[in-house]
Structure formats: structure tokens, C-alpha cells
Design a binder for this molecule. Structure first.
Ligand code: SF4
Ligand code: SF4
Length: 365
């Protein structure tokens, strides 16, 4: 059900420090304004008429990564990321948001993505199983999609592709572009319906969370009850456990770490599947980064890459520092957006970046 008046949660957050230590933006900036209670206090103070939206407060408002760490660690499940997105929607409606927000709105409305001036591919096929591609996998890291399809084919599944080149709606929602987010979401829901699919596979936890929660809570859109939603990593891990997929073991002694993708903390119980897949091909799941599992920090593949690119880079670099400190010389993840960000910065840390789907597909037995 769509959240009613989520901004009211800032009254609860403004003097609460209970999730402060988990916030990745507070972690990399060391600025108290850029922590959960800092955002809560800023938004609540504007509501009370104590301060106003100006260049400084709007810059702070658009510095939250919308990563979900605060809410995931809140014992009373306060929807602070939703409150921040709702405050941004008010600011955007008043034409006070950064200019980049309106440029992104135009790109999303015209092309469905900020990454290419090309409309999403039309869907004409039908099938029991569909796979949401999105824009990261289409434009930033297409080898992840090719490899995922090869793995699914080896498991006997050839899905109909939907949302090819269309953002899942997260970006628009994060930026406060509610109408655009609804329009993108509706277009994808219509495509899923047209395929007749009973199962939708997704490549990332961000896609899963968009369909499972964000469409409902933020956009007021119902997920079709007859369609089962599932991450590709979960499906593949099931196939391995059932003995339907086998891999040649990798002989590479470089210590590696698995990077939990952005939005991992928003998806319950997704820790094991990618690590089981890694164990199937590498013999073990690698060394442990500190910010993993239910405290997994995001890389910079969120709205910050457009509105606050330096901050986005800091988030990605922090993931690489975490990997170095864990002793990894190689990092592996499946999220195309994370892979694109990590690969831009990895050389300066002497780290190799590799896609999980590509690694698995190249070692199919
Ligand atoms: S989200 Fe929860 S833990 Fe975090 S500041 Fe708000 S009330 Fe406190
Ligand atoms: S959504 Fe992420 S960046 Fe924003 S306040 Fe919460 S923990 Fe911090």
C-alpha cells in the first residue's frame, strides 16, 4: 500500500542516532548534516518554517544515496528514504531542484534512460518466463545480460525480455520525479502483462526491490499477483542445488571478494545465493568485506552519479578500499551498474573487477 505522508517520519528521525553509523554517505563525508538524523532535521525544520529550501539545504537534500541502510537498521521501520524522496518531490514540483534533475526528467520521459538517446525495445514475444533487462544491463554492462541468458539457457529457460533499455523507475523516484517514475513503471508492468509471463526474473536486488516494494509503497502501483518475482541468482542457486547446473572449477589463486550490490539491504535473505554460486565455481565464497550482507554499502550507481558525481565516486571508492582491506585482489558482483562504477576506479587500487554471471557462464560444464 502506498505510504501516506512519509515526510512525517522526519519528526521521528531528526534527533535519533540509532542508524547513523550505517549510513554510507555519513561514512564517506563525515558531515553530520549528511546522516539520517541530519536529513530528518533539515526536512522537519523546513516543514516547521525554521529554515527554507535554498542552495545549501537543497544540495544536502540531494546528497542522500537512497540506499535503504537507515530503514533496514531501524527497529521501528521508519521510511526515511521514502521521506527524503517525498521531500525532493515537493522541491522538484516547486522548480527548486538542481538543474540536472530536470535534464534527467526530460531524458527519462523521452528515452526511458539517461544513458542513451534510444527508446526501449518493443516487446512482441510471449512466454511463461520474462526477464527484466533495464538500462544498466542494456547500456553500461551488456555482457552481464548475455551471460545470464547463457546460464538460463543451460538450465532450460529462455525468457522473454522486457524493459530492454528502460530504467526501472528507481532513478526518477529517488530524484523526486514521481510522475515520471509512475510512467516508467506502468510501461514495464504493461509489457510484463503482454508477455503473459507467470514469473519475472531480475538481474539485481535493485530491480527486485523496485518491483517488490517501491512500486507499491512509493508509486501506488500493484504488482500482478499471478507473476512470481525472482532474482536470477536465486534461480541459478536453486538449479545448482538440484544438480541441474555444473561448473568447471576456476584455478586462480588471487584472493577475491564478493561485492553485495546496491540495494542488497532492501531484499531479505539474498546473502546466500550469490555466495553459493561463487562456491560452485571458485570452491569458496571469497574473503569477507566489512560492509556486506545486511550492512552492505552501495557503490555510486544511484542518482548521485548524476546529481553529486564526486560523492558517487567516494561511495564506489569506499567499496574498493573495503575490498583491499579484506585482502582481495579481485572483486566479483553481478549488478551491471555496480560493475560499471567499480571498473572505473578499480585500476587505482590494483584490483580486478569481474561479473558474476560472466564468470559462471564461462565455466559452464
Ligand atoms: S530511520 Fe529509524 S533509526 Fe534511523 S534516524 Fe529514523 S527513527 Fe532513527
Ligand atoms: S538512504 Fe542511505 S544515504 Fe540516505 S539517509 Fe538512509 S542510509 Fe543514509
Amino acid at each position: 500500500m502506498q505510504l501516506e505522508n512519509p515526510i512525517a517520519t522526519t519528526e521521528n528521525c531528526r534527533y535519533c542516532l540509532m542508524c547513523r553509523h550505517t549510513c554510507p554517505v555519513g561514512f564517506v563525508t563525515n558531515l553530520e548534516t549528511l546522516t539520517p538524523h541530519g536529513w530528518g532535521l533539515t526536512i522537519a525544520s523546513v516543514k516547521r518554517g525554521l529554515i527554507s529550501w535554498n542552495d545549501e539545504t537543497i544540495d544536502a537534500l540531494y546528497s542522500c544515496a537512497d540506499c535503504g541502510l537507515c530503514r533496514a537498521h531501524c527497529v521501528t521501520d521508519q521510511p526515511l528514504p521514502e521521506a527524503i524522496a517525498a521531500a525532493r518531490a515537493e522541491v522538484a514540483a516547486q522548480k527548486l531542484a538542481p538543474a540536472m534533475v530536470y535534464e534527467l526528467d526530460s531524458a527519462l520521459k523521452t528515452w526511458g534512460s539517461p544513458f542513451a538517446e534510444q527508446r526501449p525495445e518493443p516487446v512482441t514475444a510471449q512466454g511463461e518466463v520474462a526477464l527484466f533487462v533495464g538500462d544498466d544491463a542494456r547500456y553500461l554492462w551488456p555482457s552481464a545480460l548475455e551471460a545470464a541468458l547463457a546460464l538460463l539457457k543451460a538450465a532450460g529457460v529462455e525468457p522473454v525480455l522486457v524493459g530492454v533499455g528502460r530504467n526501472n523507475g528507481y532513478l526518477a523516484s529517488s530524484l523526486g520525479l514521481q510522475e515520471t517514475a509512475v510512467s516508467l513503471a506502468r510501461a514495464t508492468l504493461d509489457e510484463i502483462k503482454a508477455t503473459g509471463a507467470k514469473r519475472l526474473l531480475v538481474l539485481t536486488p535493485g530491480d527486485y526491490d523496485a518491483f517488490h516494494r517501491l512500486y507499491d509503497e512509493r508509486l501506488g502501483l500493484d504488482w500482478p499477483e499471478e507473476v512470481e518475482l525472482m532474482e536470477v541468482v536465486d534461480f541459478l542457486a536453486q538449479q545448482v542445488a538440484a544438480g541441474h547446473l555444473h561448473f568447471h572449477k576456476v584455478e586462480n589463486g588471487t584472493p577475491f571478494a564478493y561485492v553485495d550490490p546496491t540495494h542488497t539491504v532492501r531484499v531479505d535473505g539474498r546473502y546466500h545465493a550469490p555466495r553459493r554460486l561463487l562456491t560452485a565455481v571458485m570452491g569458496h565464497s571469497g574473503v569477507n568485506m566489512f560492509w556486506r550482507e545486511d550492512r552492505a554499502h552501495p557503490t555510486g550507481n544511484n542518482a548521485l552519479q548524476f546529481t553529486q558525481p564526486a560523492l558517487s565516486d567516494q561511495l564506489t571508492q569506499a567499496r574498493l578500499v573495503d575490498a583491499v582491506q579484506a585482502g582481495a585482489g579481485r572483486i566479483i558482483t553481478e549488478d551491471p551498474g555496480c560493475l560499471a562504477q567499480l571498473s572505473r576506479h578499480a585500476p587505482q587500487y590494483g584490483i580486478q573487477v569481474e561479473g558474476l554471471y560472466e564468470l559462471l557462464a564461462s565455466h559452464l560444464a
